[in-house]
Design a protein around this ligand. Sequence first.
Ligand SMILES: [Zn+2]
Ligand SMILES: [Zn+2]
Length: 277
Amino acid sequence: MTPLSIHFLGTGGGRFTMITQRRRTAGIRLVYGRTHVHIDPGPGALVFSNWTRLSPQKLDAIIVTHCHPDHYTDAEVLTEAMSHGTTQRRGILAASRSVLQGNLPCERSISTYHQGLVEAIEELKPGNTFKVGDLRFRAVKAIHSDPDSIGVILEIPELGSIGYTSDTGYFPELGDIYKEVRLLIACTMWPRDQHLHMHLSTDEVLKVIENARPGCVVLTHFGMRMLNADPEAEASFLEECTGVPTVAARDGMQVVLGDNIEVRGSRKRDEPRIIEV
Ligand SMILES: [Zn+2]
Ligand SMILES: [Zn+2]
């Protein structure tokens, strides 16, 4: 069985975490065999890919869920890397309509020049699917200030499904959309007892977990208030309430899906957490 490695190159979200870099905003790298995919390459994606020795020239696809800078700023330089310094048309760029074409709140996030460097473009709307090697992705509904925003579900027959909410406000079908995924990556901007319009807080993630009953949850994309409240405490609260193993991501953390789910910290001395699911 080929395991899937999920590298949390950045775990920060929102304007103030981004501009202070209190947490990195480099997004997520998926590695499955020789297939590499970068999701939401915000500021730092290029630097921390190289720093982590995950060369961006290995990328086969870049996914950008919406037109906010903590999700897209490094997408253009990653297309230059994916196309091996613009020498080959290579890879897939999969993104919301706002990112590719612009919409009312934003202009296109990736220039037409850079869109021309890739082999294929996928414009993502809820329900659209696309494949990168053996990885099958499906765009799903999100409700956010960019009306074209999407979440993503990745399906791998031998490993199960992984959901990534991206930025979204809470709506009742969220739990149905991520029903029984093996791993749910929830962008949790704010902590308990606080509500941020068009984003998820701990209380709303609780409702999603109770409905979806995923095998395991990783919280990420933390805003300043979440960092002040302590993401680990929020994760423990959710795990206590729901019984679903819940982890707060850290910059440099790696999650490996195989027979079980192994959470590896960024430091060598960190004991991995093994989750049997
Ligand atoms: Zn964001
Ligand atoms: Zn956003």
